[in-house]
Design a protein around this ligand. Structure first.
Ligand SMILES: NC(=O)c1ccc[n+]([C@@H]2O[C@H](COP(=O)([O-])OP(=O)(O)OC[C@H]3O[C@@H](n4cnc5c(N)ncnc54)[C@H](O)[C@@H]3O)[C@@H](O)[C@H]2O)c1
Length: 373
């Protein structure tokens, strides 16, 4: 397979990131099938037309079904609001397309499972946009934990904090629509749940407290009319991992001053790791038992010794960026489609993430502990 046609649905923040990544993947990772940018769709005609021109798509549409029906397209990339993912993904699976869908996969685990079943029944490959897991230093962190560099893990403290909803004047948007699922928990929490699972494996049970801090917001920018908010601004979870240790996870889009604090501290009997996406080319490592005069966290700096950093830059410390993580995600997906190893997180893993979200909602409503099936 030398080439594969790509159709992207949505031209917002993630539509742009996907377009850049499909444009860059084959030249960054030689030997992969070369994505051909066939078509891009958006319900806003000017946005679809402008994106086609900017990124070099041959066609643009306002109806996403034109992408799913196009026989020259092999990969459908879904970058629309969460509530729309299901219909697009199921239609794409039935048309035999491989599917690259943004996170969270769906509004709840029942819908996520239906999407997974449709894809598995059709035998198509899937990839979900948990791009932060593609970070070379997080792959290293996972290896260090698996290789017992930290000893027995005793605790995990994870958070995804940003502040883009901190002002009560931020207007209504699709992220606040309760039909689309939870608020900060789905939007940001899905990332820290996926990261916790990536590093430490399944979460077995949890309790949670979901809180709506801003009770109503303007219906549109500058409007005096306000609409009730029914989703969480902050979600705080206490979890037990199947491996035996406990932890806490927080999702918070009102964390004033925080722009991209997807972060964790993991502690073990032999050491600890500290990470924040705000400085994502580095990992802090503490080794217990070092000479006390010299002990402290040391900084591991990303470089070509951490795959696949070298594909972007041969020099250590020069750093990779957010869109490079998306390029790695796309490259792994292309390789998987061409017969390489399974990539993921696929729809099945995204369903597992969704189950944790649903359990947190149930725990918060019932003031209870929930076991995750
Ligand atoms: N992986 C990440 O790091 C990351 C970051 C941000 C958002 N996301 C996810 O990406 C998805 C989109 O988020 P965003 O920030 O790009 O949103 P956005 O609002 O910037 O863009 C959404 C786009 O979808 C278009 N759209 C809406 N309905 C459509 C339809 N029926 N047909 C075609 N186009 C339609 C909109 O016009 C808009 O251009 C969400 O699932 C979100 O959770 C992921």
């Amino acid at each position: 397979m030398d080439q594969i046609g790509v159709g992207i649905i949505g031209t917002g923040f993630m539509g742009r990131a996907h377009a850049l990544a499909y444009g860059a993947a084959a030249s960054t990772f030689p030997g992969l099938p070369r994505p051909k940018l066939v078509a891009i769709a958006d319900i806003v005609p000017d946005a679809a037309r402008a994106a086609a021109e900017q990124f070099g798509f041959a066609q643009w549409h306002t109806d996403w079904r034109r992408i799913v029906e196009d026989p020259s397209i092999g990969i459908v990339s879904i970058t629309t609001p969460n509530l729309l993912h299901h219909d697009m993904a199921v239609a794409a699976a039935r048309a035999g397309k491989h599917i690259h869908c943004e996170k969270p996969l769906a509004q709840d685990a029942v819908v996520a499972r239906a999407m997974m079943q449709a894809a598995e029944a059709a035998g198509v490959k899937t990839q979900v946009g948990f791009n932060y897991l593609k970070n070379p230093v997080l792959k290293l962190a996972r290896e260090m934990i698996a290789d017992s560099e930290l000893g027995e893990i005793t605790g995990f403290r994870g958070i995804h904090a940003e502040d883009f909803m901190a002002s009560p004047q931020v207007p209504w948007g699709w992220r606040l629509d309760p039909a689309g699922g939870t608020g900060a928990l789905a939007d940001l929490g899905s990332h820290i749940i996926a990261l916790a699972r990536f590093l430490l494996g399944p979460i077995e049970r949890l309790t949670a407290d979901l809180e709506t801090v801003v009770k109503d917001r303007p219906v549109a920018a500058g409007s005096g009319e306000r609409r009730k908010v029914e989703v969480d601004d902050i979600a705080r979870l206490t979890v037990r991992f199947a491996r035996g240790c406990g932890g806490t996870l927080e999702a918070n889009w009102m964390a004033t001053g925080r722009k991209m604090h997807l972060a964790f501290e993991v502690s073990g009997t032999k050491g600890g790791l500290v990470f924040s996406q705000e400085r994502f080319n580095e990992l802090q490592w503490y080794r217990a038992g070092d000479d006390p005069r010299l002990s402290g966290f040391t900084r591991i700096e990303a470089g070509p010794q951490h795959p696949p950093y070298r594909h972007f830059c041969i020099a250590p410390g020069h750093q990779i960026g957010f869109n490079d993580l998306k390029t790695i995600e796309v490259a792994e997906f292309l390789d998987c489609i061409a017969g390489g190893p399974a990539c993921g997180p696929d729809f099945r893993e995204a369903w597992e993430v969704q189950k944790v979200i649903d359990a947190a909602v149930a725990a918060s409503h019932g003031r209870s502990w929930q076991t995750i099936d």
